[in-house]
Structures are given as structure tokens and as C-alpha cells.
Design a protein around this ligand. Sequence first.
Ligand SMILES: CC(C)(COP(=O)(O)OP(=O)(O)OC[C@H]1O[C@@H](n2cnc3c(N)ncnc32)[C@H](O)[C@@H]1OP(=O)(O)O)[C@@H](O)C(=O)NCCC(=O)NCCS
Length: 282
Amino acid sequence: MRKQSRRIDSSNSMCQYGFKDSSKVIPQECSEDDIWQTMQEEAKFYTKQEPILSKYYCSSILSHKSLETALANQLAIKLCRVNLSREALYDIFLKALVEDGNIQCAIVDDLKAVRERDPACISYVHCFLSFKGYLALQAHRVAHKLWINGRIALAILIQNQVSEVFAVDIHPGAKIGHGIVFDHATGIVIGETAVIGNRVTILHDVTLGGTGKVQGDRHPKIGDEVLIGTGAKILGNIKIGENAKIGAGSIVLKEIPAGATAVGNPARVVGLSRDKSKRALL
Ligand SMILES: CC(C)(COP(=O)(O)OP(=O)(O)OC[C@H]1O[C@@H](n2cnc3c(N)ncnc32)[C@H](O)[C@@H]1OP(=O)(O)O)[C@@H](O)C(=O)NCCC(=O)NCCS
């Protein structure tokens, strides 16, 4: 029997990490069952198209009963190592995924976001199995849950494995909203006190870091629907307002207002628009 779609209460949602005026984004419907059904169909199609890959699609998608078990399996395969077994990791990931409705919602919202906003993504299964930005983010969501529950050693171990395997280094303390795209993802670094809102797109080689001069709350706060181009470095506890665009290669040291386009080193505002239809495509 198919499960009901879940409605996540805003008070218990990562959506809270958006800025205050982000009430429009919550609550949101998570049609996990529809996506999981579609992924099964996609996997069957690819199996038919490439029979040589039938074992791969069977073990990674078709043999699973839910998106959560498939994701726990995929993360465990990618992140295990000699002294950190696949079975142990599978148990850790699955427990977090089945316990936490907010993560369940996020893994669906992120899949949808990649499918909708990355023209290179040909299917949900393509993203789920092959996009390391997506996988690194879901591993981070589990590490963050462990971090806030005081399981620091395990959280940091997952961060380190994700960094080694995917070249994406997200401190487990960082708070990240829903509907996120980490495109290409190689070289993304996100510091401990960074906060990222909803529907944010971040390209490869982006740093959300500290200035090196301040302790405590020292990392950027990124508003909803921000685009951060490849190679951009955003340093310090500064706010990037919602719908802002940060140009590739920019070094941002000061707050950027909502809807602004900022480019260069140091970044300067070169445009201002609240019109979402003018958002840059990847
Ligand atoms: C900034 C960006 C989002 C465009 O935003 P926009 O609001 O549409 O801005 P425009 O294209 O109108 O450019 C505004 C000005 O900024 C300049 N500019 C744009 N991007 C820039 C960049 N990355 N660095 C320096 N200047 C840049 C433009 O030349 C233009 O200058 P001008 O007014 O003197 O002609 C886009 O240029 C960008 O950098 N996207 C990132 C894409 C990316 O990372 N791709 C990697 C894919 S693998």
C-alpha cells in the first residue's frame, strides 16, 4: 500500500533556516511516493535499454522498498572504508532517515530541485545515483542530525568521509534548507555556523567561510533562492539577501541586498531585481 504524502510542520522544518520572510515556503507537500514510483519506472527503463546494467539498477533501486532504504544503501556503498563497514553505515543512515520527517521531506525536495533546475539532469535516478552534490548533501543532513544530538565523533567522521569521497566539505553544524542544488559540487566548503535557506543553488568550488579574524558565529547566512556561481568565496558572518545572484569567481565580504547581482573582487552590486523569472540558468 502506498504511503500518504507528508506535510511537514514549519515549526519542525529546516525551512526555519530561511530568513524571516520565508513563510511562503512552508508547509510544503512532499510527494515522495510519486517520485519513488517514477524512479522505479526509470530504473526499469534503463535496465531494458542497457541490460548489462540490470544488476546495478536492481541492487541500487529496484530491490528497495523505499527511497530511504535505497538512499541509505547508496550512501553506505559510497562512504564505507576498510574500518568503517558498509553495514554499519547503512544502519546509521537508515535510522536517521526513517526517524526524521524533516530529512525525508528534504531528500525529496532536493531531488525535485535538481531535476527542475539542472538542465543536465536527465532523470531522478540519474541524480540519485550519480550526482555527488546530492549525495553529499543527504549525508550532511544525517551528520547534522547526529551533531545536534551530541554524537559529535560520528558526525565528524561522516563529514570527513564525504570530504574525501565527494570533495565536498560541509561542517555538520551548518544548517541547510530544502530544495538545494549543489551543481558539480567539487570543492564546495561550508563552515560550521553557515546557514543556507531554501531553493538555493551553489556551483562547484564555492566557499562559505569565515574571515579568519572572528570566533563563534562567523560564517555567511544565505537567503532563499540565492544563486552562487562557481568559485565564489563568501567570507564572514554576512547576509546574502533572498534572490541575490553572486557571480562566478566573486569574493564577497559585505552584505548583499535581496535581489541584487554582485560580481567581482571585492564583489560590487551591478544590478537589482526581484523578478524571479530573470534568475540565471545554469
Ligand atoms: C552573475 C550572473 C549570475 C549573471 O547575473 P545577471 O544579473 O544576469 O548579470 P548580467 O549578466 O546582466 O551582468 C551584469 C554585469 O556583471 C558582469 N558580470 C557577470 N558575471 C560576472 C562575473 N562572474 N564576474 C565579473 N563580472 C561579471 C557583466 O559583464 C555585466 O557587466 P556590464 O554591466 O559592465 O556589462 C552570471 O554572470 C554568473 O556569474 N553565473 C554563474 C554561472 C556559473 O557559475 N556557471 C558555471 C556552470 S558550470
